[in-house]
Design a protein around this ligand. Structure first.
Ligand code: CMC
Length: 436
């Protein structure tokens, strides 16, 4: 920071009207100032210095990242620079996982090796099934999977060596491989069905569908259309830069916790209905609305703020979520196999109204990724409790890519925001008998 000048420069001038002093702050990356540059703005030498107050981090960048790019105004999403539309059309979830985790698309031999490693780490220790047996028959599958991921840290104590690149990579492969197994086991427990072990000759999504739905026959074959649709849904959910759960992953990881414990924390963040729990909330909302005739009354409730239109709105997107457009197309393909989900009519009518009525247009409330995904999942036979789990499986890749980037970033330290204390000043302890 230096005194102000008048020439055109990549800096920001700040005048502190309390003191009349001028400051000049460097602008980085086109439109960013460093919050620490504000610290020198003081009235007295003994002051702490100026801070930015930003509840919910609405306008604060916590990292410089190379993983995912979003332009919320234009509805653009790219992983490592590649548009999501191209990846959904031409790639596979494991290829996209490699791209997110390593930064580049794999060569054929790199992809084969990665697919092999993931495939051969899909089994979980048998004691995990004992853990799942401890849950009630109606336990929510997300709670079970969070516990399962957290428990994995006890099976791999070496995971604490987060500074060691080889150890880190081994845990990354394990987590990508074991998440579908944990998810399928949670589902089978929920349904009171025996666990189906992973089949190494199947693809990532086909193996998952097999572990979920195979009953009484060894040659269960998932529909290739559903296998591909699930893979596309996984690609679309794999990363979304600094959202709530990814921030949780980075914050927990910044204390150098092992990745299993950190990932359990980010899954907990995802579970909430404003984040990855929204797909479940959408389905419950559509069921509650019940028929197209009930939509006008429901929408009146939304406008009166008695209701929230789940699956609409986004902190970043102020245009149609590009993932929602792809999911809508995928839904048509799935319905050709499963039959049309009757909830689709309600969803389409809600979307039609929302895209035309002032209340929604003024607030940029467009369908987000969760609006149509639940309708597909339901048509594929998943109970609503599995919806957030279906989000967590692919997002594991994003969490791990961001966790790795955080650990490698020399600017990152343990996450520790400031606060503005607004509580009581110093006062004396009052013994319990004297309190009124
Ligand atoms: N239904 C009705 N009104 C809404 C909605 C909605 N879904 N979302 C936002 N608004 C209104 C909100 O009431 C506010 O109005 P006003 O300015 O008059 O007070 C305005 O729009 C801005 O909303 P906000 O709550 O300040 O926006 P936010 O950026 O804090 O919240 C959100 C983003 C995603 C949490 C919110 O839009 C929401 O709750 N949506 C429904 C839940 C949902 O679908 N979540 C999934 C998000 S996408 C996947 C993911 O990230 O996990």
């Amino acid at each position: 920071m230096a005194e102000t000048g008048n020439e055109s420069k990549n800096t920001l001038s700040i005048r502190d009207n309390r003191t009349g002093r001028d400051y000049e702050v460097d602008i980085h990356d086109g439109e960013v100032i460093r919050a620490m540059d504000l610290r020198q703005i003081k009235v007295n030498e003994s002051d702490f210095g100026m801070m930015a107050y930003d509840p919910a981090f609405s306008n604060t960048a916590s990292t410089r990242s190379e993983v995912t790019f979003i332009d919320g105004e234009k509805g653009i999403l790219r992983y490592r620079g590649i548009p999501i539309e191209q990846l959904a059309e031409r790639s596979s979830h494991l290829e996209v996982s490699y791209l997110l985790l390593k930064g580049e698309l794999p060569t054929e031999s790199q992809l084969n090796a990665f697919v092999h490693d993931v495939t051969f780490h899909t089994y979980v220790h048998e004691n995990i099934t004992d853990l799942f047996e401890g849950f009630r028959y109606d336990a929510h599958t997300m709670g079970m999977v969070i516990s399962g991921v957290s428990a994995l840290s006890t099976f791999y104590p070496e995971a604490k060596e987060v500074g060691d690149a080889d150890t880190r990579w081994e845990q990354i492969v394990r987590l990508v491989a074991k998440m579908p197994t944990l998810a399928a086991y949670a589902y089978r427990h929920h349904r009171g069905l025996p666990y189906v072990y992973p089949e190494n000759e199947l693809s990532y999504s086909a193996n998952f569908l097999n572990m979920l739905f195979r009953i009484g026959t060894r040659d269960y074959k998932p529909s290739p259309v559903l296998e591909r649709a699930l893979d596309v849904l996984f690609i679309l959910h794999a990363d979304h830069e600094q959202n709530c759960s990814t921030t949780a992953m980075r914050v927990i990881g910044s204390s150098q916790a092992d990745p299993y414990s950190a990932l359990a924390g980010s899954m907990a963040a995802l579970y909430g209905p404003l984040h990855g729990g929204a797909n479940e909330a959408v389905l419950r909302m559509l069921n509650r609305i019940g028929s197209v005739d009930n939509i006008p009354a429901f929408m009146e409730g939304v406008k009166k703020r008695e209701e929230r239109l789940m699956g609409f709105g986004h902190r970043v997107y102020k245009a149609y979520d590009p993932r929602a457009s792809i999911i809508k197309r995928t839904a048509d393909e799935v319905f050709e196999v499963t039959g049309r989900n009757p909830l689709l009519d309600i969803a389409l009518e809600l979307e039609r109204i929302a895209l035309n009525e002032d209340f929604f247009v003024e607030r940029n409330l467009y369908p987000n990724v969760d609006f149509y995904s639940g309708i597909i999942y339901q048509a594929m036979g998943f109970p609503v409790e599995m919806f957030p789990v279906l989000f967590a499986i692919p997002r594991t890749v994003g969490w791990l890519a961001q966790w790795q980037e955080m650990l490698m970033d020399p600017e990152q330290r343990i996450a520790r925001p400031r606060q503005v204390y607004v509580g009581a000043g110093e006062r004396d302890f009052v013994p319990i008998g004297e309190r009124g």
